[in-house]
Design a protein around this ligand. Sequence first.
Ligand code: C6P
Length: 404
Amino acid sequence: MTSIDWAKVRADFPILAQQVNGRPLLYLDNAASSQKPRAVIESLVNYYERDNANVHRGLHELSSRATDAFEGARTKIARYLGAESAEQIIFTRGTTEGINLVANTWGVANLKAGDVILLTEMEHHSNLVPWQLLAERTGAKLRFVPVADDGTLAFEPALLEGVKLFAFVHVSNSLGTINPAADLCRAARAAGAVTLVDGAQSTGHMPVNVREIGCDFYAFSGHKICAPTGIGALYGRLELLEKMPPWHGGGEMIVSVTYERATYKQPPHKFEAGTPNIADAVGLGAAIDYLEAIGRQNIFDHDAELTARAVHHLAEIPGVRVLGPQKSRGALAAFHAEWAHPHDLTTFANEHGLALRGGHHCTQPLMRKMKLPGTTRASFYFYNTLDEVDRMAEILRAAHRFFA
Ligand code: C6P
């Protein structure tokens, strides 16, 4: 048991205290996007009311305050991820942009026809389509680690033969599987492959340390960890970042420019062309402070309790099959109900104030492999309560009576 006062924590989230369709809002779509605590909302207001200016440019008070706040957020992210230094943290719009950045810089510079990119069958489109585009451009080939019936990866080292890059999801947004990231990176390193971890569903939910994982790149989105939308970060091993060409060109990323050519700054600035999303980076820093005050292990334990209770309830509803592994599961429970399409079920839930997600969850190839039109997904965060999980189960039992 932890000493966290979860009711007090929940009260930090103003949006949760509302009615939807005449019922108390029951927000269980956290894997899509998390809610924001007052501390994060206030950090944006404070930034715009006191410090707003462009960064790294003007030699005036507001510009240096904005720069300090922006670079301070970078330092917080580096510490939060266990990076060696803030230079390894590139601000992005989110996980999708981080992965595209690696594909368009490291990928374009290092891959050639016949090279193999290893992915898994459970990847989100964000960690699939950028590699498809890169394969088309370079002639590299895609290979996939199969997903076994229990929702875990059927990984074997032989799959790494000829592989230049192994990119995989840390926690699956469709199955909830927590992949053994450190073991996979160790095997990849032994085979000489570079690794990228999609941390969209892990970063705010569990202790994450990029050095312990041993990955070369790690991408995440702020909006899933209590920060604003439109901001995220990519961690990269400095040795690789230094050799990578820039992606976008423009102001902020250059040292010197002639009409013919330009020289570039060192990482991370080489990868941050143009005026960055300063306010939301500051908001991401505030979100990290907030999460750290609660403690990532506490968040993981609380999420795990909610998820276990949800899985237990769902398994008791006739005709419902919960997907993904029984153990080592992230903060979500996706299921197939044989008596209702996911869209009908989520519409029914919404009428009761319950926010679920129904559909393919941007993992169409995985749904096709599982021969499902989609699934219904409940996803949790630390401000959810066991009482809410029980209410979700009541609503889904009512849905079963309605549809079956
Ligand atoms: N998954 C979900 O409801 P962006 O859109 O860049 O913030 O994150 C993309 C992304 C990448 N990888 C994984 C594992 C993800 O879950 C997501 C976002 C949301 O599951 C929206 S589809």
